[in-house]
Design a protein. Structure first.
Length: 304
Protein backbone atom coordinates (compact mmCIF):
# COMPACT_ATOMS: atom_id res chain seq x y z
CA UNK A 1 0.00 0.00 0.00
CA UNK A 2 1.19 3.54 -0.69
CA UNK A 3 1.44 6.00 2.20
CA UNK A 4 -1.92 7.65 1.50
CA UNK A 5 -3.67 4.27 1.56
CA UNK A 6 -1.82 3.19 4.69
CA UNK A 7 -2.85 6.33 6.56
CA UNK A 8 -6.45 6.04 5.39
CA UNK A 9 -6.56 2.35 6.37
CA UNK A 10 -5.10 3.22 9.76
CA UNK A 11 -7.85 5.78 10.32
CA UNK A 12 -10.52 3.24 9.34
CA UNK A 13 -8.97 0.73 11.74
CA UNK A 14 -8.93 3.31 14.54
CA UNK A 15 -12.58 4.22 14.00
CA UNK A 16 -13.46 0.50 14.10
CA UNK A 17 -12.07 0.15 17.63
CA UNK A 18 -14.78 -0.11 20.31
CA UNK A 19 -15.04 2.49 23.03
CA UNK A 20 -13.15 5.24 21.20
CA UNK A 21 -14.72 8.58 20.36
CA UNK A 22 -14.49 9.51 16.68
CA UNK A 23 -13.89 13.16 17.58
CA UNK A 24 -11.12 12.17 20.01
CA UNK A 25 -9.53 10.01 17.33
CA UNK A 26 -9.58 12.89 14.84
CA UNK A 27 -8.03 15.18 17.45
CA UNK A 28 -5.29 12.66 18.27
CA UNK A 29 -4.47 12.05 14.61
CA UNK A 30 -4.33 15.78 13.96
CA UNK A 31 -2.06 16.33 16.96
CA UNK A 32 0.31 13.47 16.14
CA UNK A 33 0.24 13.99 12.39
CA UNK A 34 -0.19 10.31 11.56
CA UNK A 35 -3.08 7.86 11.85
CA UNK A 36 -0.70 4.91 11.77
CA UNK A 37 1.23 6.31 14.74
CA UNK A 38 -1.97 6.66 16.76
CA UNK A 39 -3.07 3.16 15.77
CA UNK A 40 0.25 1.70 16.91
CA UNK A 41 -0.24 3.34 20.28
CA UNK A 42 -3.92 2.40 20.66
CA UNK A 43 -3.54 -1.20 19.49
CA UNK A 44 -1.26 -1.99 22.42
CA UNK A 45 -3.50 -0.51 25.11
CA UNK A 46 -5.82 -2.51 27.28
CA UNK A 47 -7.82 -2.02 30.46
CA UNK A 48 -7.81 -5.72 31.29
CA UNK A 49 -5.38 -7.86 33.31
CA UNK A 50 -4.24 -9.59 30.15
CA UNK A 51 -2.06 -8.06 27.46
CA UNK A 52 -3.69 -7.03 24.21
CA UNK A 53 -2.25 -9.38 21.62
CA UNK A 54 -3.57 -7.50 18.62
CA UNK A 55 -0.99 -6.11 16.24
CA UNK A 56 -1.27 -3.28 13.78
CA UNK A 57 -0.79 -5.44 10.67
CA UNK A 58 -4.06 -7.42 10.79
CA UNK A 59 -6.00 -4.28 11.68
CA UNK A 60 -4.50 -2.48 8.70
CA UNK A 61 -5.10 -5.46 6.42
CA UNK A 62 -8.78 -5.69 7.35
CA UNK A 63 -9.23 -1.95 6.84
CA UNK A 64 -7.46 -2.13 3.47
CA UNK A 65 -9.91 -4.83 2.36
CA UNK A 66 -12.82 -2.57 3.36
CA UNK A 67 -11.34 0.33 1.42
CA UNK A 68 -10.82 -1.82 -1.67
CA UNK A 69 -14.39 -3.14 -1.48
CA UNK A 70 -15.83 0.35 -1.15
CA UNK A 71 -13.76 1.62 -4.04
CA UNK A 72 -14.91 -1.30 -6.20
CA UNK A 73 -18.52 -0.26 -5.50
CA UNK A 74 -17.86 3.30 -6.60
CA UNK A 75 -17.79 4.66 -3.05
CA UNK A 76 -15.23 7.41 -2.50
CA UNK A 77 -13.72 7.53 1.00
CA UNK A 78 -11.93 10.60 2.24
CA UNK A 79 -10.20 11.30 5.55
CA UNK A 80 -10.38 14.73 7.13
CA UNK A 81 -6.76 15.45 6.25
CA UNK A 82 -7.06 14.56 2.54
CA UNK A 83 -6.58 17.57 0.32
CA UNK A 84 -9.92 16.99 -1.44
CA UNK A 85 -11.91 16.45 1.74
CA UNK A 86 -14.54 19.24 1.87
CA UNK A 87 -12.43 21.86 3.62
CA UNK A 88 -15.43 23.83 4.84
CA UNK A 89 -16.16 20.96 7.23
CA UNK A 90 -12.79 21.27 8.97
CA UNK A 91 -13.86 24.35 10.92
CA UNK A 92 -16.92 22.80 12.60
CA UNK A 93 -16.82 20.98 15.92
CA UNK A 94 -18.73 18.02 14.44
CA UNK A 95 -16.22 17.41 11.61
CA UNK A 96 -16.51 13.76 10.50
CA UNK A 97 -13.11 12.00 10.44
CA UNK A 98 -14.27 10.05 7.38
CA UNK A 99 -16.72 10.77 4.60
CA UNK A 100 -18.27 8.21 2.27
CA UNK A 101 -19.40 9.61 -1.06
CA UNK A 102 -20.89 8.65 -4.39
CA UNK A 103 -20.75 11.02 -7.32
CA UNK A 104 -18.60 13.94 -8.34
CA UNK A 105 -16.51 15.30 -5.47
CA UNK A 106 -15.65 18.94 -6.13
CA UNK A 107 -14.92 22.12 -4.18
CA UNK A 108 -18.21 23.71 -3.09
CA UNK A 109 -17.65 27.34 -2.03
CA UNK A 110 -20.98 28.26 -3.65
CA UNK A 111 -23.27 25.80 -1.86
CA UNK A 112 -26.52 26.72 -0.13
CA UNK A 113 -28.61 24.33 1.98
CA UNK A 114 -32.36 24.39 1.39
CA UNK A 115 -34.18 22.53 4.15
CA UNK A 116 -37.56 22.22 5.81
CA UNK A 117 -40.34 20.03 7.06
CA UNK A 118 -41.01 16.47 5.91
CA UNK A 119 -44.74 17.22 6.17
CA UNK A 120 -44.52 20.26 3.95
CA UNK A 121 -47.46 22.34 2.81
CA UNK A 122 -48.18 22.90 -0.87
CA UNK A 123 -46.94 26.48 -0.45
CA UNK A 124 -43.75 25.25 1.18
CA UNK A 125 -43.08 22.85 -1.70
CA UNK A 126 -43.70 25.66 -4.16
CA UNK A 127 -41.23 27.95 -2.36
CA UNK A 128 -38.60 25.22 -2.09
CA UNK A 129 -38.83 24.46 -5.80
CA UNK A 130 -38.68 28.14 -6.75
CA UNK A 131 -35.67 28.80 -4.52
CA UNK A 132 -33.76 25.69 -5.63
CA UNK A 133 -34.48 26.37 -9.30
CA UNK A 134 -33.26 29.94 -9.02
CA UNK A 135 -30.11 28.92 -7.15
CA UNK A 136 -29.29 26.13 -9.61
CA UNK A 137 -29.71 28.43 -12.60
CA UNK A 138 -27.26 30.86 -10.98
CA UNK A 139 -24.62 28.15 -10.65
CA UNK A 140 -25.15 27.67 -6.92
CA UNK A 141 -25.03 24.11 -5.56
CA UNK A 142 -28.26 23.14 -3.77
CA UNK A 143 -27.59 21.07 -0.65
CA UNK A 144 -30.30 19.16 1.19
CA UNK A 145 -30.91 16.02 3.22
CA UNK A 146 -32.92 13.72 0.89
CA UNK A 147 -35.86 13.64 3.33
CA UNK A 148 -39.48 13.80 2.23
CA UNK A 149 -41.12 17.16 1.69
CA UNK A 150 -38.93 20.25 1.33
CA UNK A 151 -35.66 18.33 0.83
CA UNK A 152 -37.06 16.22 -1.98
CA UNK A 153 -38.59 19.27 -3.66
CA UNK A 154 -35.27 21.14 -3.51
CA UNK A 155 -33.24 18.25 -4.94
CA UNK A 156 -35.72 17.62 -7.76
CA UNK A 157 -35.93 21.27 -8.71
CA UNK A 158 -32.15 21.58 -8.89
CA UNK A 159 -31.95 18.48 -11.09
CA UNK A 160 -34.77 19.71 -13.34
CA UNK A 161 -32.87 23.00 -13.75
CA UNK A 162 -29.78 20.99 -14.77
CA UNK A 163 -27.94 22.32 -11.75
CA UNK A 164 -25.75 20.63 -9.14
CA UNK A 165 -27.26 19.20 -5.97
CA UNK A 166 -25.64 17.48 -3.00
CA UNK A 167 -27.50 15.11 -0.65
CA UNK A 168 -26.13 14.78 2.88
CA UNK A 169 -27.81 11.65 4.22
CA UNK A 170 -28.50 10.25 7.67
CA UNK A 171 -27.74 6.61 6.81
CA UNK A 172 -24.85 4.66 5.38
CA UNK A 173 -24.11 5.28 1.70
CA UNK A 174 -25.40 1.81 0.73
CA UNK A 175 -28.81 2.57 2.20
CA UNK A 176 -31.61 4.94 1.26
CA UNK A 177 -34.02 6.67 3.61
CA UNK A 178 -36.80 7.09 2.85
CA UNK A 179 -36.88 4.08 0.53
CA UNK A 180 -39.15 5.99 -1.86
CA UNK A 181 -36.22 8.29 -2.66
CA UNK A 182 -33.91 5.54 -3.88
CA UNK A 183 -34.26 6.60 -7.52
CA UNK A 184 -33.65 10.22 -6.53
CA UNK A 185 -30.54 9.24 -4.60
CA UNK A 186 -29.22 7.43 -7.67
CA UNK A 187 -29.92 10.46 -9.87
CA UNK A 188 -28.04 12.73 -7.49
CA UNK A 189 -25.08 10.33 -7.40
CA UNK A 190 -24.96 10.34 -11.21
CA UNK A 191 -24.90 14.12 -11.65
CA UNK A 192 -24.04 15.55 -8.22
CA UNK A 193 -22.88 14.08 -4.93
CA UNK A 194 -24.27 11.94 -2.10
CA UNK A 195 -22.41 12.30 1.21
CA UNK A 196 -22.55 10.18 4.38
CA UNK A 197 -20.53 10.32 7.60
CA UNK A 198 -21.65 6.84 8.68
CA UNK A 199 -20.36 3.34 7.91
CA UNK A 200 -21.78 2.26 4.53
CA UNK A 201 -24.33 -0.21 5.95
CA UNK A 202 -25.46 1.98 8.87
CA UNK A 203 -29.21 2.11 9.43
CA UNK A 204 -31.01 5.36 10.30
CA UNK A 205 -31.20 6.20 13.99
CA UNK A 206 -32.68 8.96 16.11
CA UNK A 207 -29.20 10.43 16.53
CA UNK A 208 -28.03 10.12 12.93
CA UNK A 209 -30.30 12.82 11.52
CA UNK A 210 -29.21 15.67 13.85
CA UNK A 211 -25.64 14.56 13.10
CA UNK A 212 -26.47 14.79 9.40
CA UNK A 213 -27.88 18.31 9.94
CA UNK A 214 -24.62 19.40 11.56
CA UNK A 215 -22.61 18.22 8.56
CA UNK A 216 -25.07 19.76 6.11
CA UNK A 217 -24.79 23.08 7.94
CA UNK A 218 -21.00 22.93 7.83
CA UNK A 219 -20.94 21.88 4.18
CA UNK A 220 -23.05 24.82 2.99
CA UNK A 221 -22.14 28.50 3.04
CA UNK A 222 -25.61 29.26 4.42
CA UNK A 223 -28.89 27.53 5.25
CA UNK A 224 -32.29 28.50 3.87
CA UNK A 225 -35.17 27.26 6.03
CA UNK A 226 -38.42 27.13 4.06
CA UNK A 227 -40.73 25.47 6.61
CA UNK A 228 -39.91 23.93 9.97
CA UNK A 229 -41.86 23.04 13.08
CA UNK A 230 -40.73 23.41 16.67
CA UNK A 231 -39.07 19.97 16.78
CA UNK A 232 -37.85 19.64 13.22
CA UNK A 233 -34.38 18.86 11.98
CA UNK A 234 -34.43 22.11 10.03
CA UNK A 235 -34.71 24.04 13.31
CA UNK A 236 -31.74 22.07 14.63
CA UNK A 237 -29.80 22.94 11.49
CA UNK A 238 -30.62 26.64 11.81
CA UNK A 239 -29.24 26.62 15.35
CA UNK A 240 -26.13 24.70 14.30
CA UNK A 241 -25.54 26.98 11.32
CA UNK A 242 -25.35 30.00 13.61
CA UNK A 243 -22.97 28.10 15.90
CA UNK A 244 -20.83 27.36 12.83
CA UNK A 245 -20.82 31.01 11.80
CA UNK A 246 -22.98 30.28 8.76
CA UNK A 247 -25.80 32.70 7.91
CA UNK A 248 -29.42 31.56 8.02
CA UNK A 249 -32.18 32.74 5.71
CA UNK A 250 -35.78 32.30 6.89
CA UNK A 251 -38.83 32.68 4.69
CA UNK A 252 -41.84 34.61 5.97
CA UNK A 253 -43.54 31.21 6.21
CA UNK A 254 -41.38 30.68 9.27
CA UNK A 255 -42.54 33.75 11.16
CA UNK A 256 -45.56 31.90 12.50
CA UNK A 257 -43.21 30.02 14.85
CA UNK A 258 -41.93 31.62 18.03
CA UNK A 259 -38.48 30.05 17.64
CA UNK A 260 -38.13 31.55 14.16
CA UNK A 261 -39.17 35.01 15.36
CA UNK A 262 -36.56 34.71 18.09
CA UNK A 263 -33.90 33.61 15.58
CA UNK A 264 -34.80 36.52 13.29
CA UNK A 265 -33.42 38.93 15.90
CA UNK A 266 -29.96 37.32 15.89
CA UNK A 267 -26.97 38.52 13.88
CA UNK A 268 -26.50 36.49 10.71
CA UNK A 269 -30.20 35.75 10.21
CA UNK A 270 -32.10 37.16 7.25
CA UNK A 271 -35.87 37.08 6.74
CA UNK A 272 -36.90 37.04 3.08
CA UNK A 273 -40.39 38.08 2.00
CA UNK A 274 -39.95 36.88 -1.58
CA UNK A 275 -37.69 34.78 -3.75
CA UNK A 276 -36.07 37.99 -5.01
CA UNK A 277 -35.21 39.05 -1.44
CA UNK A 278 -33.94 35.55 -0.66
CA UNK A 279 -31.64 35.53 -3.69
CA UNK A 280 -30.37 39.01 -2.81
CA UNK A 281 -29.52 37.73 0.68
CA UNK A 282 -27.77 34.68 -0.79
CA UNK A 283 -25.81 36.84 -3.24
CA UNK A 284 -24.59 38.97 -0.34
CA UNK A 285 -23.57 35.86 1.59
CA UNK A 286 -21.73 34.28 -1.33
CA UNK A 287 -19.77 37.45 -2.01
CA UNK A 288 -18.15 37.01 1.40
CA UNK A 289 -17.30 33.31 0.93
CA UNK A 290 -13.65 32.45 0.14
CA UNK A 291 -13.31 30.77 -3.24
CA UNK A 292 -10.28 28.68 -2.30
CA UNK A 293 -9.41 26.48 0.65
CA UNK A 294 -6.26 24.61 1.68
CA UNK A 295 -4.81 22.34 4.32
CA UNK A 296 -3.89 25.13 6.75
CA UNK A 297 -3.99 23.62 10.21
CA UNK A 298 -3.07 20.19 8.81
CA UNK A 299 0.55 20.73 7.71
CA UNK A 300 1.65 17.22 8.67
CA UNK A 301 -0.51 15.75 5.93
CA UNK A 302 0.19 18.26 3.19
CA UNK A 303 2.71 15.99 1.48
CA UNK A 304 0.61 12.79 1.52
Amino acid sequence: MDQVTVERAALVALLRQPGLSWSDIAHDVQEVGSAIAVLERVAGQTDTLFADTRSVEPLLAAAAVDLADWQAEGITVRAFYDDDYPAQLRDIREMPPLLFMRGDLAPEPRAIAVVGSRDASDRGIEIARSVATSLARRGVTVVSGLAKGIDTAAHLAALDAEGRTVAVIGTGIRRCYPATNRELQERIAETGLVVSQFWPDAAPTKQSFPMRNAVMSGYAAATVVVEAGDRSGARIQARLALQHGRPVVLTTQMMRHEWARSFAERPGVHVARSTVELLEAVDGILQRVPTTVDLEGFPEFASL
